[in-house]
Design a protein around this ligand. Structure first.
Ligand code: ADP
Length: 220
């Protein structure tokens, strides 16, 4: 199977998408494109766009579809995404999914993986999640802390709680998931592109289940 994959990974906040997508991208040799990480990088850089994005993110709201579609279309045009990609956090509305298909045409996604974890489990996980302030794709938790307390193992950045991981923003984000993103399950299913994997397990077991399910769908 030499052809590269074009993967969408979605699921509730705190389902483990960031951790699993980093592993999957390395496994399949494709760039990991996380819209959340891209937005947090813009916030950290203090660009005008980043300041605007921060207002939405801190409130736990979604950015407008047209802005997100522009951001992702631009990223997918980079050379490293020519032969495959993994999208983490996009699309998260059916409008975004339709726009993605319109932008990518024949090179559209191969499948969409729903990393399935019940709401009560993700609430618990998010409250203990910690990330590197320099690169939010470096993820820790209260029970899986960095080796030196408060210091990122990968890059030495400060390990902090995400601004949108407060209890009220989490509630808002989970409600939005139910209203805006959960309808994508039927959208992908009706196109024969849905793969569901149980994410309520230890990280290595989830990775193994993801690879098995993705490879099985590719072989179909
Ligand atoms: P989570 O899934 O835990 O909310 P992300 O890191 O994926 O975390 O996203 C953080 C925030 O960035 C979202 O709450 C939202 O404000 C914004 N965001 C990310 N991706 C999108 C998207 N596809 N559409 C709209 N807003 C987005």
């Amino acid at each position: 199977m030499s052809e590269r994959v074009r993967l969408i990974v979605f699921g509730r906040q705190g389902a483990g998408k960031g951790t699993q997508c980093t592993r999957l991208a390395a496994h399949y040799g494709v760039p990991h494109i996380s819209t959340g990480d891209m937005l947090r990088a813009a916030v950290r850089d203090g660009t005008a766009f980043g300041l605007k994005a921060k207002e939405y993110m801190d409130a736990g709201r979604l950015l407008p579809d047209d802005i997100m579609v522009g951001l992702v279309a631009e990223r997918l045009a980079h050379h490293d995404a020519r032969e495959g990609w993994l999208l983490d956090g996009f699309p998260r509305t059916t409008g975004q999914a339709e726009a993605l298909v319109a932008v990518t045409g024949d090179e559209s996604f191969s499948m969409a993986v729903n990393l399935d974890v019940p709401e009560e489990v993700v609430i618990e996980r998010i409250s203990s999640r910690r990330v590197c302030a320099l690169d939010s794709s470096h993820i820790y938790s209260v029970s899986r802390p960095p080796k030196v307390p408060g210091v990122c193992d990968v890059c030495g950045g400060e390990v902090v709680q995400r601004a949108d991981d407060t209890a009220s923003a989490v509630r808002e984000r989970l409600d939005l998931y139910q209203a805006e993103t959960a309808p994508l399950i039927d959208w992908f299913e009706s196109r024969g592109k849905l793969v569901t994997v149980d994410g309520n397990n230890d990280p290595d077991a989830v990775t193994a289940a993801l690879v098995a399910a993705i490879d099985a769908h590719r072989a179909e």
